[in-house]
Write a protein that binds this ligand. Structure first.
Ligand code: AMP
Ligand code: ZN
Length: 116
């Protein structure tokens, strides 16, 4: 999928609406349309990176910023304690369906392990 066709690039640019909970110069966080927990937020970089496999060494800062945004949303949503789940799927075996990297931030319930 090219950048021009990418759903999450369109959410980042504002062309497609989303329920945004945090945004800054580098990242956007918005509520998942099909939530798997009481709170389910996706954290994306504004820049189009299709999968974890496409991350470059020089992307270390942006990858770190995804986690810092997840930390801030968890705090905002009030579940830093007792805790939450952060996950990123890579390619088909893991069930990735949107090829613009995104951290799933899930909170508001207990989570099992292994995740399945
Ligand atoms: P993944 O399967 O890891 O690629 O996750 C993609 C996620 O994007 C799924 O949890 C979908 O529910 C979510 N999703 C798809 N379209 C939208 C949308 N327009 N707004 C918010 N979340 C979406
Ligand atoms: Zn994209």
């Amino acid at each position: 999928m090219s950048e021009a066709d990418c759903l999450f690039c369109k959410i980042s640019s504002g062309d497609i609406p989303a329920d945004i909970v945090l945004e800054n110069e580098d990242v956007v966080a918005f509520r998942d349309i099909n939530p798997q927990a009481p709170t389910h937020v996706l954290v994306i970089p504004r820049r189009h990176i299709p999968t974890i496999n496409d991350m470059q060494d020089a992307d270390d800062a942006i990858v770190g910023k995804l986690f810092l945004a997840a930390r801030d949303v968890a705090r905002q949503e009030g579940f830093s304690e007792p805790g939450y789940r952060v996950a990123m799927n890579c390619n088909g075996a893991a069930g990735q369906t949107v090829f613009h990297i995104h951290l799933h931030l899930l909170g508001g319930r207990d989570f099992g392990w292994p995740p399945g």
